[in-house]
Design a protein around this ligand. Sequence first.
Ligand code: GTP
Ligand code: MG
Length: 149
Amino acid sequence: VEESYIMIKPDGVQRGLVGEIISRFENKGFKLKGLKLFHCPKQLAEEHYKDLSSKPFFPKLITYITSGPVVCMAWEGVGVVASARKLIGATNPLQAEPGTIRGDLAVQTGRNVVHGSDSPENGKREIALWFKEGELIEWTPVQTQWLVE
Ligand code: GTP
Ligand code: MG
């Protein structure tokens, strides 16, 4: 099954947008498998964003992600990775379409409130990185038959 690691960044938590952001994924019909409030250590932030380590904004990005609690989530569903990226919107919130999370709720790339995995492989990699065994729950939502024919 396809999974995406979705994370509400410290600005989303500080701005009281946790419920609003979780609702977007719940309402769409994806299945929540893992959820926790977590203060990310520097080492984990660096590992998560290692592909960006040569970018000039990398130190600022690490400071941002470790600046307060984040909400870590594992979401499952057919096509969840690409769909979540659409729900989230463009990296730069000023370019993100209205109706998307960043398009509706943010104004700057450096404060873009939410992360979403960019491929199914990275979805699996990131969920393994951010969650321990026992923190992910297997369950069957009763609404499944009303979402998928
Ligand atoms: P994520 O879902 O968070 O991975 O965002 P993304 O996939 O839309 O963008 P990308 O992976 O390229 O960059 C990761 C994160 O780094 C972005 O979401 C921003 O928070 C931050 N970032 C990217 N580019 C810039 C930049 O030019 N300036 C600053 N300050 N931050 C940036
Ligand atoms: Mg990315």
